[in-house]
Design a binder for this molecule. Sequence first.
Ligand SMILES: Nc1ncnc2c1ncn2[C@@H]1O[C@H](COP(=O)(O)OP(=O)(O)OP(=O)(O)O)[C@@H](O)[C@H]1O
Ligand SMILES: [Mg+2]
Length: 274
Amino acid sequence: MKLSVNTLLNETAKNPTGAVVVDGTLDTRHGPILYMEDVSVSFDGFKALNNLSLYIDDGELRCLIGPNGAGKTTLMDVITGKTRPDTGTVFFGQTIDLLSLDEPAIAQAGICRKFQKPSVFDALSVFENLELALKANKSTWKTLFFRLTGEQRDRIDEVLSTIGLLDSFSQRAGILSHGQKQWLEIGMLLMQEPKVMLVDEPIAGMTHQEIERTAELLLSLQGKHSIVVVEHDMAFVRSIARKVTVLHEGSVLTEGTMDEVQADPRVIQVYLGG
Ligand SMILES: Nc1ncnc2c1ncn2[C@@H]1O[C@H](COP(=O)(O)OP(=O)(O)OP(=O)(O)O)[C@@H](O)[C@H]1O
Ligand SMILES: [Mg+2]
């Protein structure tokens, strides 16, 4: 059965555990955090997304797979406001219509994105990179007079520990390994305390050990954050996935556990191009 956003909203209104707005703040501890319904995106008549509907639960770690050109990156572009859909509904929690917000407002609301290429500042230390990410939240005049509070230092330490770079805090980011740079970038996103993290192909170019560490890192973030991971490496997806969504030609082909989707004849057909 397909639920419309309105149905979901009504259901949530009846459901006392659904997310609610308390003192103007979105409380998203329960229920879906992202709703996409009937979303279509065309590029010169070609439908990159075709009536796509997707629901991500709060705190969930969801893996998104699908062949090249299936629309995975376009889907992330729609959520972050980079690409506007021609039709459809995109909601963050029950109350925030993402199609009414621009890119900076969506980021400010708590949806962040990790791109493939790390954009850490090589000349700064690991700690300074995280400090800078904290400042990026502040308005310019506040940045000018910015001093770290004890609480903020604790927060940086906590993130350093999460990303496994506590011992490297004073190292220049430029001398970090490729994997460490990727983790630092994830740490910079964590400084903004995002509710949703979108991660496109996180393990490209990583060593086997770095891949394992990245799996642990992403698993440790679920619950506190909702994470959507796009990845082609099936062994990696299997190691982190609870629920997998398979995209094909701009729509959801199927969803389920890794075992379920890999046994689905339609998925086999799409991947083998039969
Ligand atoms: N700006 C654009 N202009 C024209 N066509 C585009 C644009 N962006 C994406 N497309 C097309 O839309 C389709 C979906 O692209 P998208 O990048 O979302 O796929 P993907 O699933 O991320 O693929 P990959 O696994 O290769 O990264 C592709 O056919 C692509 O060529
Ligand atoms: Mg892509």
